[in-house]
Design a protein around this ligand. Structure first.
Ligand code: ATP
Ligand code: MG
Length: 388
């Protein structure tokens, strides 16, 4: 049996809410691990996962997708005797050396005060045990290449090689938001970022079939699947927006078309969000990245709705967004070359600083309400990304 020790992230900061947060994290963890023969236990603020060796690769991969843990490690468990602990520490030292490390230090924590060595004593004796057993390793307390951790609790836990978790807060501790998910680079990252603050995610994609292809839709489904692997799935609404786009093309001045389309998307998304009990909309907009994302145009875009629009990437530059997209695994899908739903019009000289008043007038002249209702009535919903 393998044991993993998990350190919850900001959970420790949450005072009275802590048990609630722990319960949610445990539930998420069990859902993520349900295809494995794994068992989860919480003991005094630490999470333990037990699984057979053959499931360990899958379990480790899943731990890498769990929001709300700051780190985790495969740990040895042993009896709380000095000899057993020092032997286990020496074994961990061997593993560090095998991995090519040359310097280490010991960190020790003792919640069971009846253990004969205090944490300083454990550090000294553990360090000596490693130095004796593992040639080639030396102590460096300031800047070690590896750390061997010793925790004396109900049992003794000894582990090196702590892996960094996704950080953030457990999914489901911050309500639900509706992500406007296009096939681009930004919006999947935006959804991931809100999820990492604990927000559950639904998504909506507007397509303009037959002007946009089935491949473009499949690409968005794929993106929802990838993000959904971190968010215990995503319910994806697909809304056909060809009628709305055609109306915009017929009635609106060309420079305004993109902003008006965004306004219509927001109106439609708000209706879906309210029905799905989502508390906000989420977009991948980033200030001044394109003409429709100047501060004036962002104000126009949200001017017809009441729900707040969260834009986690608003102050993030494109390079950082791309790096984040690579890290979460959406980038290679996002850059597949399928047209997005704006193919019906891309004005050569879009309005750059639209006034909200003018936007409102133009929007009303579209009389888009019934078209939006029609689109909603024909919308499709599917669950992406979970179960696997
Ligand atoms: P992205 O990479 O997310 O597509 P972008 O830089 O291409 O962003 P825009 O195309 O201007 O920006 O879109 C701005 C935001 O509007 C997107 O991040 C997304 O949240 C939303 N959006 C755009 N097109 C669609 C669509 N077809 N369906 C759903 N949401 C969309
Ligand atoms: Mg886009």
């Amino acid at each position: 049996m393998i044991t993993y020790l998990l350190k919850p992230g900001e959970l420790t900061l949450k005072g009275g809410n802590r048990e609630n947060f722990e319960g949610i994290l445990k539930r998420n963890l069990m859902k993520m691990l349900r295809v494995y023969q794994a068992r989860v236990e919480i003991r005094s603020g630490r999470f333990f996962v037990y699984c057979p060796e053959e499931d360990s690769a899958g379990v480790e991969e899943a731990l890498g997708r769990l929001m709300g843990i700051s780190g985790w490690a495969r740990t040895r468990q042993c009896e709380k005797t000095g000899a057993a602990v020092l032997a286990a520490v020496a074994e961990e030292g061997k593993k560090l050396r095998e991995a090519g490390l040359r310097t280490f230090k010991i960190e020790a924590r003792r919640t069971d005060k009846s253990f004969p060595l205090d944490s300083y004593g454990i550090r000294c004796a553990g360090g000596n045990a490693v130095l004796e057993a593992v040639p080639g390793l030396t102590v460096d307390v300031k800047n070690p290449q590896g750390i061997i951790n010793v925790e004396i609790r109900e049992k003794a836990y000894i582990y090196g090689n702590t892996r960094r978790g996704l950080q953030g807060l457990p999914l489901g501790t911050a309500g639900r938001g509706l992500l406007l998910l296009s096939g681009g680079i930004d919006s999947p990252v935006a959804g991931f970022m809100m999820a990492s603050r604990g927000m559950g995610i639904d998504a909506v994609y507007f397509h303009a079939w037959p002007y946009t292809s089935e491949e473009a839709r499949q690409k968005v489904i794929r993106l929802a699947e990838i993000v959904g692997r971190y968010t215990l799935g995503i319910r994806l609404h697909t809304v056909g927006f060809t009628g709305v786009q055609k109306r915009i093309k017929e009635r609106a001045p060309l420079p305004w078309t993109t902003v008006l389309l965004r306004m219509a998307m927001m109106e439609c998304a708000e209706k879906i969000a309210l029905a799905a009990k989502a508390k906000c909309l989420i977009t991948g907009e980033s200030l001044s990245q394109v003409a429709s994302q100047t501060i004036e145009n962002l104000i126009c875009t949200q001017s017809r709705i009441k729900l707040p629009v969260l834009r986690p990437l608003i102050g993030t530059d494109k390079d950082s967004i791309i790096r984040k997209a690579e890290a979460i695994g959406t980038y290679t899908t996002s850059i597949l070359p399928y047209e997005d739903c704006c193919v019906l019009f891309s004005p050569p000289h879009p309005v750059l600083r639209g006034s909200a008043e003018e936007a409102g007038k133009l929007y009303e002249s579209l009389e888009a309400g019934p078209l939006i209702q029609e689109a909603l009535a024909a919308a499709a919903v599917e669950k992406c990304g979970f179960p696997e």
